[in-house]
Design a protein around this ligand. Structure first.
Ligand code: IMP
Ligand code: MG
Length: 186
């Protein structure tokens, strides 16, 4: 079995810093949606599953959750361009107050695609909440309403984010040792 712990180069955002920031984000969201009865969180799978579960628990107000599977990455660490819905929402979002919950915004392609496809379904409102943001990598401008952390242009794993489907279970955000990527032609 692969020892995922020995693949870590350094921890970029530790567990306590993550959890503290997520609670503050939830407080902000509660204030912004205070006048609304309805709030639907849409988790972008797979990367945002852990962030969704923590932000959902941090929100004391009523809300519902749904899930959408999006694929844009191949095996490497750079986006391959084409974005696809691989699992759609369970229910319509017409007239709902929708908040997209995403793990990370890199080129912006995934959220640009999602925003356009969800707007076509006539929600009452649509906002974006991302745990991580890599502003240096943006190719398409997207309007982001809540950002946990701006991070440098480095490939990160943990807390839901993967490399080659591993490391999602790490409770913090980390950078891998360069030799982990050595077998890939990047
Ligand atoms: P974008 O479409 O280029 O903005 O990429 C967004 C998606 O790519 C995210 O939802 C992640 O799933 C994935 N991604 C981008 N950067 C990273 C990273 O540093 N680590 C792991 N996944 C990433
Ligand atoms: Mg994602």
């Amino acid at each position: 079995m692969r020892d995922i712990w020995s693949d870590i180069d350094n921890v970029l955002i530790d567990e306590i810093t993550l959890q503290t920031r997520i609670k503050a984000m939830a407080t902000q969201i509660e204030a912004d949606y205070a006048g609304k009865d309805d709030l639907l969180l849409i988790c972008v799978l797979k990367g945002a599953f852990m962030f969704l579960s923590d932000i959902s628990r941090a929100l004391k107000r009523a809300h519902s959750v749904d899930f959408m599977g999006i694929s844009s990455y191949g095996k490497g660490t750079t986006s391959k361009g084409a974005v696809q819905i691989i699992m759609d929402l369970k229910a319509p979002i017409e007239d709902r107050n929708v908040l997209i919950v995403e793990d990370i915004i890199d080129s912006g392609r995934t959220l640009d695609y999602m925003t356009r496809s969800l707007m076509a379904r006539s929600p009452a409102s649509l906002r974006i909440c991302t745990l991580l943001n890599k502003p240096a990598r943006r190719e398409i401008d997207v309007q982001v309403d809540y950002v946990g952390f701006d991070i440098p242009d480095e490939f990160v794993v943990g807390y839901g984010l993967d490399f080659d489907e591993l490391y999602r279970n790490l409770p913090f955000i980390a950078v891998l040792k360069p030799q982990v990527f050595a077998h890939l032609l990047l």
